[in-house]
Write a protein that binds this ligand. Structure first.
Ligand code: Z5A
Length: 208
């Protein structure tokens, strides 16, 4: 049987890394075989592309170059890692996927979303996550968490209006397809956030 594909999304400092651990515990408690991976990245080539994308010295990167690099890393990730895992019945837990491209490059940078859809079709065909958790937070609060952590990367150095647009993008996508997306308020205390996540996973797995 094919594995399930779960992605986790949200603006900076929303708690993806922290809450992915909670999803891993949920998978492990059920004996579900899975891989945890991330975008951009997830493969040796993808991690090199990630370094280019996050390098804050790359101030002159064109938005279209950024978009194409995201999809180049994704094409490699799908072929080398995601598709073989799903075919073997292994679940894939991915820190960001194409919803991030719509949110950051589409809503954030203002690139044409039809072009993103064309690239999505080219690179993914009909493959999409089965379940996407969107952690939602006021970007001011998320950035205060990120700043407390240290030096900022190229995306984290954007203006607050950029993150407001990204957040709007995620919320619109969640509203368009409630069957696939679960939007969780990530400003709540961690224990409350994780209660919501576990409840949503249980429903996804038919246990809720
Ligand atoms: N990007 C893109 O533009 N287009 C694309 O298609 C893709 C990506 C795929 C790299 O992503 C960048 O790539 C990203 C968008 C772009 N922008 N940036 N930067 P990334 O996922 O690697 O980077 P990130 O969003 O900055 O993730 P992060 O730094 O790992 O943050 P996080 O995982 O969401 O947060 P965290 O590390 O789990 O938590 C942050 C802190 O908050 C930490 O101290 C926690 O202990 C704390 N925390 C977490 N939850 C709570 C609650 N509930 N209460 C209080 N404190 C909390």
């Amino acid at each position: 049987m094919k594995g399930k594909f779960i992605s986790v999304e949200g603006t900076e400092g929303v708690g993806k890394t922290t809450n992915i651990q909670c999803i891993e515990e949920w998978l492990e408690a059920r004996g579900i075989a899975y891989i945890a991976t991330r975008e951009p990245g997830g493969t040796a080539l993808g991690e090199k592309i990630r370094a280019l994308l996050l390098d804050k010295d790359n101030t002159a990167m064109a938005a279209t170059a950024e978009l194409l690099l995201m999809f180049a890393a994704r094409a490699q990730h799908l072929e080398e890692k995601i598709i073989p895992a799903l075919a073997a019945g292994t679940w894939v837990l991915c820190d960001r996927f194409t919803d991030a491209t719509y949110a950051y490059q589409g809503f954030g940078r203002g690139l044409n979303r039809e072009h993103i859809t064309q690239l999505e079709k080219l690179v993914q065909g009909d493959l999409h996550p089965d379940f996407t958790l969107i952690l939602d937070i006021d970007p001011e609060l998320g950035m205060s968490r990120v700043r407390a952590r240290g030096e900022l990367d190229r995306f984290e150095s954007e203006a607050m209006e950029f993150f407001d647009r990204v957040r709007t993008g995620y919320r619109e996508r969640a509203a368009e397809n409630p069957a696939r997306y679960c939007l969780v308020d990530a400003s709540d205390p961690l224990a409350v956030v994780q209660e919501h996540i576990v409840a949503a996973l249980n429903i996804f797995a038919g246990e809720g």
